[in-house]
Design a protein around this ligand. Structure first.
Ligand code: HEM
Length: 412
């Protein structure tokens, strides 16, 4: 493939429903520079190597001044960058402090203890399909795949239910700003994004203050109270971390659940296997993260020095696009990569990243998807797609169907 307009082809909406043939073409040249500047990396081992290389930075301030600007530029100047966009030692300090109220070793039970609450949310949402049985069907995104993780992340953090609606709006606006496809109209949307960020920050500041005064059993309260031997998040760090979790918890799991149901409905034999054996959900969700990863690529890395990889020297300060979804289909790593094999062995996919930035919310994301898919196939009688391929979201980075219209004969 020539490098001409490579980024354009990746972000081109025409390739959204099935980007995989394009990725197969890309992998013929593991590292290639696009005419717009960024180096696109598409093979498994090269991506993996770069994700573990300390000479690769996630901090946009290390981009050379003439490198094309990425979406990171649109962060709120009043808030410090989140740890997603920082390198060690700042990254490690902030991630460690954020992890204290979330996971082991300090809070090993947080996600586990949410299991029954997650189950109740799932059941409640599926019960809500009842009045649509046998009719025109439902849009699984609006009725289930979106509200489920949104409700969960709000509960986890401690956002009151009546405020959840505001979050949809803010999170949608901020997530759309991560989409490099709209680079041309970046200026136009910059103001809307800034407004959403600042509204969200203001709201979170108030809520954190409330939780400081009267703590509850949620992450915001724990963050606000947290004095530990390893220090404490400052007030602005708390706001920016909470905002990161909220956005990351909104815009990714929805696509994993939707891609999951789409894949199951396209593979009825697998759907039946899951219905007969709910334990299959664990490896099946891993295979989904490989086969249809909700985060298709990481467009935000840069080189701290010249780096030789895949026969190419990438100069210091260059912008990198790591195409995780392409690495996941690399035949050098995964036998028969275009087949969905629910119990695929040795499935070290890149769907949740790798290295120091690997997904912070992974245990929650996995559990949500496992519960959601198991319950959907158990309760929906004869579910079927009404539209294939479905209509996709514009976003090329956070890729997934905007709607998934399905019909079913009844509810169990
Ligand atoms: C299926 C759902 C999810 C997918 C596919 C996903 C994917 C990813 C990926 C690929 C990265 C690596 C980013 C990079 O290397 O630059 C990442 C990082 C991250 N994820 Fe997730 N994520 C999911 C759900 C969640 C949830 C539910 C949360 C919050 C509870 C979350 C919080 C984060 C955070 C905070 C980071 C930054 C970690 C760091 O920089 O150290 N994610 N995620």
């Amino acid at each position: 493939m020539t490098s001409v307009a490579l980024l354009h082809r990746i972000t081109d909406y025409a390739n959204r429903a099935d980007p995989y043939p394009l990725y197969a073409e890309l992998r013929k040249t593991p590292v290639v520079q696009d005419e717009a500047g960024p180096y696109v990396v598409s093979t498994y081992w090269e991506i993996k190597e770069l994700l573990h290389d300390p000479r690769i930075s996630s901090d946009a301030r290390n981009l050379s001044p003439d490198a094309p600007r990425g979406p990171a530029q649109e962060e709120d100047p009043n808030l410090p960058p989140t740890f997603l966009r920082l390198d060690p030692p700042e990254h490690d300090r902030l991630r460690g402090l954020a992890n204290r109220p979330f996971g082991p070793p300090h809070t090993p039970r947080r996600v586990h203890d949410m299991r029954s609450e997650l189950g109740e949310i799932v059941s409640g949402l599926i019960d809500g399909f009842r009045d649509r049985e046998g009719g025109d069907g439902i849009d699984l995104v609006d009725t289930f795949a979106y509200p489920f993780p949104v409700t969960v992340i709000c509960r986890l953090l401690g956002v009151p239910r009546e405020d959840e609606a505001h979050f949809h709006q803010w999170a949608d606006t901020i997530a759309a700003s991560l989409d490099p496809v709209s680079a041309e109209d970046r200026e136009a949307r910059a103001e809307t994004t800034r407004q959403a960020r600042s509204d969200l920050a203001l709201y979170l500041a108030g809520l954190i203050e409330e939780r400081r005064k009267s703590p509850r059993d949620d992450m915001l309260s724990a963050m606000a109270a947290g004095h530990g031997p390893d220090g404490q998040l400052s007030p602005v760090e708390m706001i920016s971390t909470a905002a990161l979790l909220l956005i990351a918890g909104h815009e990714t799991t929805v696509n994993l659940i939707t891609n999951g149901m789409l894949t199951l409905l396209r593979n009825p034999d697998v759907l039946k296997r899951l219905r007969d054996d709910p334990d299959l959900a664990v490896p099946l969700v891993e295979e989904l993260l490989r086969y249809e990863p909700p985060v298709q690529l990481l467009p935000q890395r840069t080189t701290l020095t010249d780096i030789e990889i895949g026969g190419t020297v990438i100069p210091k300060g260059a912008s990198l696009w790591l195409v995780l979804a392409s690495g996941n289909r690399d035949p050098q790593r995964f036998p028969d990569p275009d087949r969905f094999i629910p119990n695929r062995p040795d499935n070290q996919h890149l769907g949740l990243g790798s290295g120091i930035h690997s997904c912070f919310g992974a245990p929650l994301a996995r559990l949500e998807a496992q519960l959601a898919l198991t319950e959907l196939v158990r309760r929906l009688d004869n579910p079927r797609l009404l539209e294939d391929p479905p209509v996709y979201r514009q976003n090329a980075v956070l890729r997934g169907p905007r709607h998934l219209n399905i019909a079913f004969d009844g509810l169990k």
